[in-house]
Design a protein around this ligand. Structure first.
Ligand SMILES: *Cc1c(COP(=O)(O)O)cnc(C)c1O
Length: 373
């Protein structure tokens, strides 16, 4: 099998049989011809069920993650919500304490309506994870590296704990797309990605992915729920994601290099109290990260000396870094997460999250230097 860089660079580029085109066609049709008794000569019925552009993208995404099956969704949240809603009512979910903020809101406000119970646990403490398991625990929801504290949890160890307890492990791998981390190879059952971030890679398309190690009952339930709940990505979004994937490996290499340079600079700066980046050997889970990641990613956060007011002032002085949410695009962004996450936030007030883009590292360093003063 080709290496992952080759798979990514050739995504969708096998010549289209009808034209010889090396870029995949974008098929926008909502309906497909069938026989009078509803046989499907081409395998497609209706866009919401399955469609050629989505299918091509899903096959590429499955190959990247080493999955038996991948499903594409219109957003990362839709993918995550379907993975949760497909669990039997009465299931218990263990959610890592630094998961993407919206999943914690989902757990608080919507799990009760879906008949799900939830415990929030620090996944870097494996004894705490073991202790929180219940007979009804169906899913461990990890996010590594996590948003925004860049905590790293041990995927292989969590998979063992989950399986010993009769549960599955899902990893939100948004911060570390498949060229950096392949959780299914480490024993995870499902990988979730917000394709809005690095897979799309250019800040102009939304998407979500569930990649399954086995094409079993849970994957089938997620597919069924997607069809009936209507959470189908548009073919255009699928096509854009496929296009983004072609440059994924090259982009991630550059994101990682830039982020490491910035993390090292920040770690030595007197106005910075702490830097959170798994590529620094001072990161508490650096050894785990080095074992399970091929690169440490383009996301980092740091805490300004002086707390919230100091952090807001630094963010206000940045010129090249734009104050904006989201991540994984070519341009560098800064965000004061506590302001965005609202009253339930547990993010330190002095924390600024950086999505390190593809600009020249020296220009980014110069901006940080002048903003820190
Ligand atoms: C953005 C993000 C999501 C949600 O994805 P959307 O595409 O915005 O719905 C989930 N997890 C993480 C870690 C994210 O950064």
């Amino acid at each position: 099998m080709s290496r992952i860089e080759t798979l990514a660079a050739r995504a969708g580029s096998s010549p289209d049989p009808s034209s010889g085109a090396l870029s995949p066609p974008l098929q926008l049709a909502t309906t497909f011809e069938h026989t009078p008794d509803a046989q499907l000569p081409h395998g497609f019925l209706y866009q919401r069920y399955d469609n050629p552009t989505q299918q091509e993208t899903e096959q590429v995404l499955a190959a990247l993650d080493g999955a038996a099956r991948s499903l594409l969704f219109p957003t990362g949240m839709a993918a995550g919500a379907v993975a949760l809603q497909a669990l039997p009512a009465g299931s218990h979910v263990l959610l890592c304490d630094d998961s993407y903020f919206s999943f914690r809101v989902l757990a608080r406000d919507w799990f009760p309506r879906w008949g799900l119970e939830c415990s929030i646990v620090d996944f870097t403490d494996l004894d705490a994870v073991r202790a929180a398991l219940r007979p009804q625990t169906a899913l461990l929801w990890a996010e590594t590296p996590s948003n925004p504290l860049l905590k790293v949890s041990d995927i292989a160890a969590l998979a063992q704990i989950a399986h010993a307890g009769g549960a599955r492990l899902l990893v939100d791998g948004t911060f570390a797309p498949p060229v950096l981390q392949r959780p299914l190879e480490l024993g995870a059952d499902i990988v979730m990605h917000s394709a809005t971030k690095y897979l799309g890679g250019h800040g102009d398309v939304m998407g979500g992915v569930l990649a399954f190690r086995e094409d079993g009952g849970h994957a089938a339930a997620c597919h069924g729920l997607r069809v009936l709940g209507g959470a189908t990505a548009s073919p255009f979004a699928a096509w854009m994601i496929l296009r983004g994937v072609r440059t994924l490996a090259a982009r991630m290499d550059w994101h990682c290099r830039n982020a490491l340079a910035l993390a090292r600079f920040l770690a030595g700066h007197p106005r910075v109290a702490r830097v959170h980046y798994p590529g620094l050997d001072t990161h508490p889970q650096h050894a785990v990260a080095a074992r399970q990641m091929r690169g440490f990613g383009g996301m980092l956060s740091f805490e300004a000396e002086g707390g919230r007011e100091a952090a807001l002032a630094v963010a206000g002085r940045m010129r090249l870094f734009t104050n904006a949410t989201s991540l994984g695009s070519t341009e560098s962004l800064v965000e004061h997460r506590a302001s965005i996450e609202g009253p339930l936030s547990t993010t330190p007030g002095g924390l600024l999250r950086l999505s390190v883009g593809l600009e020249h590292a020296d220009d980014l360093l110069a901006d940080l230097e002048q903003a820190l003063g």
